[in-house]
Design a protein. Sequence first.
Lengths: 225, 93
Amino acid sequence: MCDHEEILDNEGYVCIKCGLVSGQEYIYEENSFNDQIKINKDIGMYSSICNILEHLQLSTPCYADDVHDLIDKYLSNLKCKSELKIGACIYYLISSSGLACQLNRIAGLVCSDVNDSKKLFKLIQIFPQEHTLSNDISTLAELLLSYANFERGDKCKILQLTNTLACKYCSYSPITQIAGISYWYFKVHMKQKKSLKSICNNFLISQNSVHLYLNHYCVNNWNPI
Amino acid sequence: MSTKVDNICGTKYIGGNICLDNLYDRLVKSSSTHFKVNYNSQKFPGLFIKFNGNTLSGTLLIFRSGKINSVGIKRPKQFLELDKWIESESHYV
């Protein structure tokens, strides 16, 4: 800290040690005080938002304020865990920004049990209806493969296969289909030993649905490239 | 003791597959105030259309296979009105 020695200049009093103009110091201190009030308003909630955003590898400066505003606007009157509200807002925010989002990835961070997952899904339904890319299998595949620890070439091939092999009228979840296609790619196309468990762990889903999907009739028609 | 009809359920098959992504987009774009649409294929494979009771009441669950379930209807007349609505919309899917 500088113990200012001020002299009168054209712009006002200026410190000869650090060059600070006294008026600026006043303005700066006022702004920082306002920021502090804003943060102190709900510092616990704000830090939770930042924490969850960081875990999801999302930019905190970009999303934190928006998430906070969305909670105030739509979910402030609801009595449930603040983490669930944050998760629902992040899902809505990303989806409405034209990006795909995996619900399981958010649920894994904010939900402690199945009931919490159900509550999270109900909270998401409160937001206005918009076109969402989270149902679009190719966009979702890009997102999921970016998290997966596959090689770059494999990721591109799986993405291509997803676009051609995914069944439009299949009732299986898009994530199940992507995991099934990935497993089939490594097993049949690449003749590599990659366990279904490791693939499912990458996509944060259970093996059961993928196993059922791989026995589905539409998978029988797939041919190696 | 008394017994009354509380919840009427119905099923319908439109005779072909339904692309739920297109249907969802179309219903959302229509911005109708009569119903609320909900579709999240990561969570449930069906599309929900929940009518608010002003013109129609009940909930429709629409699946890709072409099967439609209607639930939450209180009177047979409401069921018939909902069926008419499905008939009028089915040529779009």
